[in-house]
Every structure is written in structure tokens, then in C-alpha cells.
Ligand binder design. Sequence first.
Ligand code: HEM
Length: 497
Amino acid sequence: MPATSWPGRILEQLRGVNPFGGDSLPSRVPVFASGRPTLPFPHPWNYREPIRIFETFWCGAEKETGAGRHNRYLYVGGFPPVLLSRDPAIIKAVLGATGEKPGQFDRDTAPTAGIARATGEDSLLYANGAVWRRQKSLAAEPFSRSSLFQPEQFHGFEQTFRRTVAERLEVLRARQKATGQTVTRLALEPEIKVVMLEMLVNNFFGGTVDERELRERFVPSLDGLIAHMVSDTIAPRMMAVAGLLTGRRGLLKRRKADFEALVDIALAGRAKGLGLWQQFHSEAPDAALRSNLRVFLAGAMEATSSFASWAISHLARRPDIQEQIFAEVKDLETYDPDSLTHALALNRVLEETVRLTPALYFLPRRATVDTWIETTDHRRMLIPKGAHVCLDVWHANRCEEFWGAAVTGYPAGDFAPERWEFLARKGLTPKDMLHFGFGYGPRFCPGRFLGLLEVGLVVGAMVKLFRFTAVGEPAGVRAGVSTKPADGVLVDLELRA
Ligand code: HEM
């Protein structure tokens, strides 16, 4: 029986007892060891580099045999154990056993405490148990494939995008004319965020915010708030003191007011049944929807911007694939559900992007009771009550054993959309090769179709209008709430004829 009290855990920790059980035992990560990237837990000096923290867990794991090679745990200070897994079978088993039923895993709220303070605790993302289940069923209809993949709905998204792009093109043309240059160096991430938020607010929620206000007011405010949510999770007291000392409390207050104004705009269409509100059937008063709207607005901007930024960043190093996608989209006058579904090269790029560089790099869970999980190949693990379970999707998808040349035809760490062709020849589809880019099981992403639609449109249209080339060496990853290319998607942009 694993210990549940503080003194009991201390005793186990001193004795080196493994609190997990079964034939799939994780191996222990020492707190201090030389030669590692950082300490194996977040603190105020390393929390901006969460992927390095996870890397620390995997240092020395290659010496392990058995389950301990891909499943490791930290057990210190009388705290409950933290399990980190990069084993796709274990990840799948835990995600499949998550839900509101007694004995199922909760979504661990510890890594998102700062998000909950800014958005509310009763949102679909943060809540567990019956509250989560209720939120989930409410969101099902408007986010469904059948609601979103309507030609008329698509057309709205496309129009928004075209309008924004036309305006930005004018700015670009004017700049090129003024400088006499045909190539412009630009960090695309801020542009991508504006387009993503615009599609969400104006098309999905039927709002009417103009592009300039999104660019100058709402995107910077949301960006600032999202950065605050991350720091506020790790070091809330330090953030409060820093706010007082630096006078940044006023700025934070203004950003929160902007966030509320954006929620008001998104809600305004409800009474008139604008956008996807017409698919939303609930008697709940507007006030009861605000937490979810905050999560959808901030979360969706963050996740779709991450996805589109990575896709463009990867393509900027693969001019050959840009040309393949160009051949697919050059004659498309309107994007409709059918044309986007049949754009094979584009879809492989999207699949590979979300595999190699998932927006959400880990999925947090918490054991509500002592829980046995079983993988599809019949390996079993006992996870003790209270254990924090970090499903390290980032490293699972980069592990040679699961995604390397022997399995998929290409090295795991390479951006290779061709691997999906190789797998297809072996009769394997993305459904057989779980990369968890949108999660798995009951807490699977409800925004998947919306995200794919938006990102497909943006990437398709980018390739149709421009050739773009990455500047310098691959810049690495920046990770907060989601991951992004560290260089802000810096590219040389050239208009196609
Ligand atoms: C296109 C980029 C997107 C990616 C890569 C993405 C990824 C994910 C992933 C991996 C999860 C599972 C989290 C977990 O299991 O702990 C998730 C959940 C969620 N996503 Fe997304 N997402 C995207 C877009 C969106 C959009 C556009 C929305 C809403 C407008 C959204 C709303 C949510 C919500 C509310 C959850 C929580 C669901 C639950 O706990 O039941 N996502 N997302």
C-alpha cells in the first residue's frame, strides 16, 4: 500500500521505496546529479524552460532496461510522487482512464493554477468531475465537424482571412516599393496571432472587431496575460510582490479589462444567434459561460498560433514541400471542406507539425485513488493516489524507438511529412500512430476541427501567395502555455508572381 501521509512518504523516500507497482515499474530520478540541463522540477529560475526540465528526467534513462527507460519518477520532500512518461502505450492508457467516474484520473490542475486564476475554475479546461462533464456536452455541438465543415461556415473563415491578408499585402507591397527590395525579412508570429484571433472572434463567435484593434489592443493584452498566467502558476507570491515593486499591477489590470471586453464581444452574438452560437443550445445565463469563453479565446489563440507558426517555420526550410502544396492550392478559388480535405501534401504537413512540435507539450493528470492501468500489450502499472502524472508528449514523439527510421522511415527528430506516406504504404493511418497532438480519450481537444480548419486555411493561403525561407539555423523552442519557434518565425518573404 503506497504511503499517503507526509511522514509516510518521507520514510518511503529515505528508504528508496518505489511507490509505483506492477510489471511496468518507472525508474527513480535523483534530485541532484551532475551534468544535467537543470533541476528536475520547476523553480523561479528555470520555469521558463519546461522542456529542459523534462529533458533532465531523461538524462541517463538510456542505461535503464524495461519500463524505467521511458517512465521515470521524482519522489522528494514528502510530496506525492511525480511520474513522467514518454511511453505512448502508458500515455494512451492514462488518457483513456481519465474522466469523471470514480477511480478515473483527473486533469491535474497544479500546472494550470495561474490560468484558472485568470479565467475561472469552472471552465472545460480546468474543471474535473461533474462540472467538466456538463461543460463537455455543451461544447460538443458548436465544435463538431458537422457544424464547422459547412461550406457557408468555411466561407466566412476564408473571407476574414482574405481581408486580413489583403490589408497586410498592401503594407508589404508599399514597404517593398519604398525600399526597392522584393524580399522582406519578417517575424510572422505576431501576424499569425492577429489572423487567428480575428477568425475566432469574428467568425466563430460572430463578433465585429476590426483588425487594427485586434493587432494593437487585444493581441498584446492577451499575450501579456498568458505570460502572466505562466509565472503566476510557478511563483504566485513572487509575482504579486514584483507587481507591487515595479508598478506593473496597473498594466495587468488594464489587460484583464481588455480580456473582459473581448469576452463581451464574443458573447454579444449569442442573443442574435450569430456565428457558431446558432449551434449552441443551453439555457445557461451569459455569466455562467464567461470562464469557458476566456479559455476558448486565450487557449485557442495560443494553440492555433502555435500550430500555424510551427507549420510555417518547418515549411520555411522545405521549399520542395512548399511547391507541392502550391500545386494543390494554386487553382483553388474558394477553400471548401472538400478541397481542404483532399489537399494531401498540406494535410501531411499539418499531421507532421503537430507530431514533431505539439502545441501542448505535456498532458497533466492526477490519480484520484490508487489506480491500476493496463496497456494494450498487457503491461500493468499501479499509480498511487495523489501522484502527479506528466505525459511527456514532446519527448515521446521524438523518441527513436517509437518514431524513428525503423518504424516510420525517417529519424524521429526530423520534420518529414513523407513519413506519413511511408506509414500509409504499410497500411498505417494517423489513428494507428498516436502522437497525442490533440490529446486522446475523454478529454480530447474539442477545438481540433476548428484548429485544423483555421491552420489549414492560413498555411494554404501563405503558400499560395508567398515563397518563404527561414533565416539562420533552426532556432529551437520557446515553451510556456504552448510551444512556439524561438525565433518568432523569422523568414524572408517573397511575393509569388
Ligand atoms: C489547433 C490547435 C490546437 C491544438 C494543437 C490543441 C491541443 C489540445 C490538446 C492536446 C488537448 C488535450 C489536453 C489534455 O488532454 O490534457 C486540448 C484540450 C482542449 N482544447 Fe485544444 N487544441 C487546439 C485548438 C483548440 C481550439 C481552437 C479550442 C477552442 C476554441 C480548444 C479548446 C480546448 C479545450 C477547452 C480543451 C479541454 C478539453 C477537456 O478537458 O475536456 N483547442 N487541446
